[in-house]
Write a new protein. Sequence first.
Length: 261
Amino acid sequence: KGAAEAWNITSEDSLTRHALASRRLESLKNLEQAYKEQLVWVGKALQAQHDGFCASHGSAWKSEEGGRQRGEADEEATGDGVADFSDVEEMVLQGRAPDPVLDQSQLASMRDEFAGRLQEVERLEQLASACTSRELSDQGASAAFACRRGRYLVRSTCFTLGRSSSAGQVDVDLAYAAGQAAIKVSRKQGLMEMQIDGIWKLTNTGRRSMFVNAVELPPRKSVVVPHLSLIEVGGARVLFLANREASGRCISRSRKPAGYP
């Protein structure tokens, strides 16, 4: 009752909204689970390719090293059946996969099973994007950046990215995401601006190339940055989240005749 009064809504509305929020949360959990399962499959597929290459080229020392790493992974396993994103990423980067390593027929079966779920995953992704836009709108944010260490909300339609220092500040400090590699990020690395059509554009204003979804963005060049784009520079890797509701409002304003309120 207290919560309903605080939000100035009726008990019936509260139950309805609570049920809706619960369904959304369950959908997001299902999407996260699907991503984790796919990451595990990728790790096992890479390990199978690695083992096949070592066997065909007679690199016994590589196979031995791979076995040692998988043994270490077994000792560190938590037994929950699904690794965290950071665990799977480390596994892939180190060229190992959780035991047991699957053969090609098993990998093909897993791939077909996941392919059959792509339509469901797409629906869950659309719901997740809608929830993200709603959350950003509630906080007055036009976009956000997410990394392992946290999330940064942006409340402007034009802002700078880079590395803050005593010489000057930037709107989005990528040093937080880069950690010890922050020195590789230029102080004025980039400029992001929402266009009148609601599309975000990134201009590289730094000395070092940036990468947007693994595509190089050289200095003094610009590129369109869609929702859920991975931006990389130096040691910083951040995920860009666009508020589609804010983009829609920008488009609506641009279509109004001059002088229209």
